[in-house]
Design a protein around this ligand. Structure first.
Ligand SMILES: NC(=O)c1ccc[n+]([C@@H]2O[C@H](COP(=O)([O-])OP(=O)(O)OC[C@H]3O[C@@H](n4cnc5c(N)ncnc54)[C@H](O)[C@@H]3O)[C@@H](O)[C@H]2O)c1
Length: 252
């Protein structure tokens, strides 16, 4: 389905990023794996066909580092058609309750996650304009489209951070902004909003969460890959500025 497209994936060593990388390669595309986690990158790279994958250890939210990865990708594959921004930067204060938030960690998280996504977009769109085409995908969340279901968290130490909701809602706005901003440049910008991904959450949380869903409840990272491949493919050539929700009905 991806016919030799070259796709850069940030946060590639993470759950969604790694699943997306495997999905792109399985559909005939090549991947440029970007992450701050060198070990995670090495492990994923070892698992993918050498011809179809390369890695670039970098902070995707820093313009010079994003530019370096774009240059390395072009040197290796001759072009770079698309990017999925799935990096998930978190400060040491991540997961602090609303009442206890500090300006330092709040500002680090807003700037690292939302600011980083904006700056990453700036570098990718600059490259896409020079190239004459491009396809950028952001990863928001169900927390960007509705209020958290706070009752699911009762009896656990888990927190749904207010800044996460702000960042993820912001990403949907950024997606729309950039999609329109790129008018006339043959560049698409879209977003996906996955539901929660399984990661050893407490059983009580999983049960309540599942009750808000239709069939599965919390998802596996692989469950969101189909939407990413759809957005990367030529089947969605004029689909831009949209947010695709993949949440087993959680937000309905
Ligand atoms: N996990 C979930 O439940 C869930 C649900 C909905 C949306 N999302 C979103 O999906 C995206 C990916 O989440 P995930 O679950 O795969 O996270 P993850 O923690 O498994 O992976 C994130 C990866 O990003 C890397 N990273 C962090 N900062 C970086 C930076 N500045 N530059 C490059 N790489 C960086 C980390 O090293 C890590 O490998 C995030 O935007 C997250 O908000 C996650």
């Amino acid at each position: 389905m991806l016919n030799n497209k070259v796709v850069l994936i940030t946060g590639a060593a993470g759950r969604i990023g790694a699943s997306a990388a495997r999905g792109v390669v399985a559909q005939g595309g090549s991947v440029v794996l970007v992450d701050v986690n060198a070990t995670g990158l090495d492990e994923l790279l070892a698992d993918l066909p050498t011809k179809l994958a390369m890695s670039c250890r970098a902070d995707a939210g820093l313009p010079a580092e994003a530019d370096r990865c774009i240059a390395e990708a072009i040197e290796r594959f001759g072009r770079l058609d698309a990017a999925i921004h799935s990096a998930y930067p978190r400060s040491k204060g991540w997961g602090t309750a609303f009442e206890d938030l500090t300006p330092e960690f709040l500002s680090e998280d807003l700037s690292g996650h939302l600011g980083g996504a904006i700056l990453f977009s700036q570098r990718m769109i600059r490259h896409f304009k020079q190239q004459g085409h491009g396809n950028l995908i952001h990863v928001s969340s169900i927390q960007g489209i509705t209020a958290p279901k706070f009752e699911h968290y009762v009896g656990t130490s888990m927190v749904s951070p207010i800044e996460y909701s702000a960042i993820k809602a912001g990403l949907i706005a950024v997606t729309r902004y950039l999609a329109k901003y790129c008018k006339g440049n043959n560049i698409r910008v879209n977003c996906i909003s996955p539901g929660g991904i399984l990661d050893n959450q407490p059983e009580s949380f999983l049960e309540k969460y599942r009750e808000s869903c239709n069939d599965k409840g919390m998802l596996d990272a692989e469950d969101v890959v189909g939407a990413l491949l759809f957005l990367l493919s030529d089947h969605t050539q004029y689909l831009t500025g949209q947010n695709i929700i993949i949440d087993d009905g959680w937000s309905l």
